[in-house]
Design a protein around this ligand. Sequence first.
Ligand code: DX5
Ligand code: ZN
Length: 238
Amino acid sequence: MSEYDEGVPGTIQIAPSILAADFGHLGDEVRAAEAAGADLIHVDVMDGHFVPNISLGPVVVEGLRPVTKLELDVHLMIDSPWDYLEAFARAGADSITVHVEACPDPADTIGQIHKLGKRAGIVMSPPTSVDAVEPFVELVERVLVMSVHPGFGGQSFLPEVLSKTDALSRWRKERSLSFDIQIDGGIKEANSREVVEKGVETLVAGSAIFGGDDYGQRISAMRAAAESGLAARDERAV
Ligand code: DX5
Ligand code: ZN
C-alpha cells in the first residue's frame, strides 16, 4: 500500500460526476451531493483537443474547494496533462487521473502527481487495451476504466470493458496491490452490481445522480446494488 492510499479495496465509493450538475449552481450541487452521501466528487476536465468537448479548468476546482470536505477527484481528459498538474494541485485537487493515451511517459507523469502530494490515477479509453496500463498499476492509487468514449455525459455503458476490470482485479490480487478500480460512463443502479462483481469499487455517475431530484435516494440505491455485488464477489473468493 502506498503512502497516498486512504481506503482499502473492498469499500464501495460513489462519485457523482459534476459534468451532469447544474453549472449555474455548482456549489449548491456539490453541497447537495455531499449531503446525499457521496464519497467523492468527480471533476471532468476536457480541453476540446483530447476530447471533442470543453468543460472546466483549475478556477472551478478552486471555487469548489471550500464548498466540500470530500475528495476532489480530477479526471483530466486533456492533451499534455503534465502542463496543468501544478495548477490543479494548487487549486485543491486531492487526486489527479491522467489518460494513458495522452502520456508518452506515464510513469514520469504519475511521479509528478506524487511530487505534488496528490494521489495519482491512470485511465484508459474504451478502445485501449488494459495491457497499456499494466506497467503502471504498481505506481498508482487508482485505475479508471472508461465505460463510454470520453467527452460527454449521458452515454450508454459499454459492457465489453468489463474484461478490463477482471484483469485489473486479478493483477491487484496476484501482486498484492491496493489500487482502487474506478469505472466511469453510463453507470446507474441497474449495472452497479455487475461492475462491482467484476472488481470495481468506485462508481462514477453523472446523469444517474444529477439527472433526478432526490440525489440521496439515487446514491443509496446505487450503493445497495454495488454492495450486493461486493457480497457476491467475496462469496466467490471464499
Ligand atoms: C465522460 C466523463 C464522465 C461522465 C459520466 O467523458 O468522464 O465522468 O460525466 O457521465 P454519465 O454518468 O452521465 O455517463
Ligand atoms: Zn470522468
